[in-house]
Design a protein around this ligand. Structure first.
Ligand SMILES: Cc1cc2nc3c(=O)[nH]c(=O)nc-3n(C[C@H](O)[C@H](O)[C@H](O)COP(=O)(O)OP(=O)(O)OC[C@H]3O[C@@H](n4cnc5c(N)ncnc54)[C@H](O)[C@@H]3O)c2cc1C
Length: 417
């Protein structure tokens, strides 16, 4: 069975490897002319690392990124609200990794090229149009000038072409741009001193003003430093005009640094980290409404094309990786591809819609807001501000929703072995 994938991001490349390993004939068509290590940091949760480990990639991830030891939530004074061990440190059989997105994409690309063969991932091929005729999908790919470069015929087409998916737009032509609720993100990378043991992801502040950071480079850690990926989320007001999202738009310090004056935690000086950045990018926090359907006959969506979500709870890349395994298993489970794509949708669409919706309602960040509302000047005893049972309920509900709880992770692993 021949499968064409549009998009060589995390989702497209992982799906390509899972499908190839299962015996399918896979080709990937990527719009850009070459992959460059773009972006800043990204997290791969243990459930997604399980899949990448199965593809033999754990050594490369461990050699490049940081095995995340802890996720710590803090108020804007740096006081800990909740600290959660991650991956192997939480007793799971797989680690969690914090890594540079560009490096992760290159690891996936190199591995996919080795597995599929060097000519199976093709560049300068933007999907232009496609249609299903009978049991075949016909697709046309263009270069960036709109010139047709290749026309193909396949049994299945997967749109893994990101938040501005052309495959999605074909089925939902009136959807319009991604949705924005007024939060802008400035993302940067700074070389600094390791903090909190050198492998801790921190989420500090509250929903309308947050600072997130985590180290992402093994090489820097080995030389006694930390390459700190950081994100400042600021609410700009409901009336602010949504900016055009561009992953590579440079950010300006004066637009956000003054708001973080005084955010010194003892173990980390936030203004210092921001000021010393060698890259700053600006991006609006956007998502899209959950769709009623992803699969249309022999064509379906995967990753951000299917379920773009706010980057809360580190789910974007992880869930796109999990999609690749799910679609492979459903295609292996029966010989009717259309039914398999339906099953893939039934399995993945409802939980992804729930994460999109929960993230709009602040997701797990709700704990930060409760502490900010109840104790804006800080606390001497967290229990009087956010009792342990309330905190555990918030955390437990979100982990279940994102399938990050131990029980779901182990069930998924067992089910899929
Ligand atoms: C340049 C870039 C930088 C990013 N930086 C970050 C970051 O720093 N931190 C973070 O958390 N997330 C970042 N993301 C988003 C993150 O990669 C995704 O949210 C997540 O990994 C889901 O992956 P995906 O494969 O579904 O989508 P993406 O990773 O967005 O991959 C989609 C791929 O499809 C290609 N494509 C687009 N249109 C077409 C088309 N018409 N035909 C064929 N191919 C097409 C794109 O070039 C891209 O390679 C970035 C995405 C991009 C594209």
């Amino acid at each position: 069975m021949k499968i064409a994938i549009a998009g060589a991001g995390m989702g497209g490349l992982t799906a390509a490897m899972c499908l190839h390993r299962a015996g399918f004939d896979v080709e990937v068509f990527e719009a850009v002319s070459e992959l460059r290590p773009l972006g800043v940091g990204i997290n791969i949760q243990a459930g997604a690392v399980r899949i990448l480990s199965g593809l033999g990639l754990e050594p490369a991830l461990a050699a490049t990124g940081i095995e995340t030891r802890e996720l710590r939530y803090a108020n804007r004074h740096g006081q800990t609200i909740w600290a959660d061990p991650r991956g192997r440190h939480a007793g799971l059989p797989w680690p969690q990794f914090s890594i540079h997105r560009g490096e992760l994409q290159m690891i996936l690309f190199d591995a996919a090229q080795r597995m599929l063969g060097p000519d199976r991932i093709k560049f300068s091929r933007r999907i232009a149009d496609f249609e299903q005729r009978g049991s075949k999908v016909f697709a046309r790919f263009c270069d960036r000038h709109g010139k047709t470069v290749e026309e193909i015929q396949s049994d299945i087409l997967i749109g893994a072409d990101g938040i501005h998916s052309a495959v999605r737009a074909h089925f939902y032509p009136n959807e319009g741009p991604p949705k924005w609720q007024g939060i802008l993100m400035w993302r940067g990378v700074t070389v600094g001193k390791p903090y909190l043991g050198g492998a801790t992801m921190v989420q500090a502040g509250h929903h309308t003003q947050k600072f997130v950071c985590y180290p992402i480079s093994r090489a820097y850690a080995e030389s006694g430093e930390a390459l700190i990926n950081w994100i400042c989320d600021l609410y700009m007001g409901a009336s602010a005009t949504p900016p055009r999202e561009d992953w590579n738009k440079p950010g300006k310090l004066e637009d956000f640094l003054p708001r973080y004056a005084g955010w010194s935690f003892g173990w980390l000086d936030v203004p210092d980290v921001i000021r010393n950045a060698h890259t700053i990018l600006e991006f609006p926090m956007v998502d899209r409404d959950p769709l009623p359907r992803w699969s249309h006959g022999r064509i379906t969506l995967l990753g951000d094309a299917a379920h773009p979500m706010y980057p809360i709870g580190s789910n974007g890349a992880s869930q796109s990786i999990i999609d690749g395994e799910a679609i492979t298993q459903e295609l292996l489970a029966g010989d009717d591809p259309e039914k398999a794509l339906q099953r893939y949708e039934q399995r993945r669409l409802p939980p992804m819609a729930r994460i999109v919706e929960s993230n709009r309602r602040k997701g797990i960040d709700v704990m930060l807001d409760l502490v900010e509302q109840r104790a804006p000047q800080g606390f001497s005893n967290l229990e009087t501000v956010l009792p342990a049972d309330e905190l555990e309920r918030i955390v437990g509900d979100y982990k279940k929703l994102a399938a990050q709880d131990r029980e779901t992770l182990m069930r998924l692993a067992g089910h899929h072995q």
